[in-house]
Design a protein around this ligand. Structure first.
Ligand code: NDP
Length: 337
């Protein structure tokens, strides 16, 4: 079964393997497969589920809500997000204004079929809304009981510090940050993680498997396997492309002996690796098939000895992104309508 970790400086426990439905539900996979993946997650002991209003332009929340129907609500932790444009994508259908936050939470609750979400996350930092306005809206949503806790995603260290301080003044806590983090993408280590530790914030990390690349199934110079994300023309092929170079794919193959030594698959090794960081509360994994969920949860509770952590660094030398400036560089400079 899956181990639990506290989320930030709060009393909330979440499953350290968390299931996410970006690019899959209401997009790459049919609804019956989506339901089967959620069932596999529940059967394996995953209780924490992550989605966003923007996934499949709101349809992914509906699919997840339908798949979780009938489950005991108190036994689940349901997370969603607000920021990216949804619906007709008008001027107020995006961002972190009070108007958009207050309207979005209601839509998310309806689609998810629940009275509250456990965690409501700012999907990005909104440079066009005063941070005070955003945090006041989140404070009100917490007071209304529509969200129990608040988090952010892909905020810089400074933004996390400022957001956490404002939250404290307003009488609630910012407890989580949701950044990309994997053996190949380590940009949070130098700045975001130390700032988060100081602020009582933990990381729920996305694409721990680099979207499937770290499973080792993509081979340099070979076509991608049929049905894999790299062949998904609805979005996956484009988002995974940054990792699909021969240099990266060849380096990833060097991880095979490390996984073998631990008696893990390469996918399990990738998920276990992010969980070695004690500021990480959960690895947020995706799946296009239930068998992947069953395989990936076995990463829970694995300890990777220091010498193998070093071997991983050596195997991937030259293809690891560590620049802390990437968080700011990738942040939207205006609202993306
Ligand atoms: P992963 O790195 O876990 O990639 C998941 C994909 O890898 C699967 O859909 C599957 O794709 C493939 N895969 C999974 N398990 C295996 C396996 N055992 N063997 C081989 N291939 C496997 O994470 P995601 O990129 O899916 O992101 C996870 C979650 O993170 C999202 O659902 C979302 O909740 C969150 N997220 C948040 C973002 C943010 O901005 N806050 C941005 C992106 C994601 P396939 O079979 O199709 O190849």
């Amino acid at each position: 079964m899956v181990n639990y970790r506290y989320l930030g400086n709060s009393g909330l426990k979440i499953s350290e393997i968390t299931y996410g439905n970006w690019l899959t539900h209401a997009s790459q996979v049919e609804n019956d497969v989506a339901s089967a993946c959620v069932r596999a997650a529940l059967d394996a002991g995953i209780t924490t589920f992550d989605t966003a209003d923007a996934y499949a332009n709101t349809a992914a929340e509906q699919v997840l809500g339908d798949a979780l129907k009938g489950e005991r609500r108190e036994s689940l932790e349901i997370f969603t997000k607000v920021y990216w444009a949804t619906g007709p994508k008008g001027p107020n259908d995006v961002g972190l204004s009070r108007k958009h936050i207050m309207e979005s939470i209601n839509g998310s609750l309806t689609r998810l079929g629940t009275d509250y979400v456990d965690l409501y996350q700012a999907h990005r930092y909104d440079v066009e809304t005063p941070l005070e306005e955003t945090m006041q809206a989140f404070a009100d949503i917490v007071r209304q009981g529509k969200a129990l806790y608040i988090g952010v995603s892909e905020w810089t260290a400074d933004q996390i510090r400022e957001g956490a301080a404002l939250a404290k003044q307003l009488g609630f806590q910012l407890i989580s940050s949701q950044p990309q983090y994997s053996m190949l993408w380590r940009v949070i280590e130098d700045e975001v993680v130390p700032a988060s530790k100081d602020a009582g914030v933990s990381q729920i990390v996305w694409s721990p498997m680099a979207q499937g690349v770290l499973s080792g199934k993509y081979l340099p110079g070979q076509p991608a396997p049929a049905g894999s994300r790299a062949t998904d023309e609805k979005g996956g092929a484009q988002t995974i492309s940054r990792f699909m170079t021969d240099e990266t794919l060849a380096a990833v193959q060097n991880l095979k002996p490390v996984a073998a030594e631990l008696d893990l698959s390469m996918a399990q090794l990738a998920v276990a690796w992010v969980l070695q960081n004690d500021n990480v509360a959960a690895a947020l994994v995706g799946a296009s098939r239930p068998e992947q969920v069953a395989e990936n949860v076995k990463a829970s509770g694995v300890t990777i000895p220091a010498e193998l952590m070093k071997q991983i660094d050596d195997a991937l030398d030259g293809v690891i992104e560590r620049d802390p400036g990437k968080t700011l560089a990738n942040m939207p400079k205006t609202r993306p309508v």
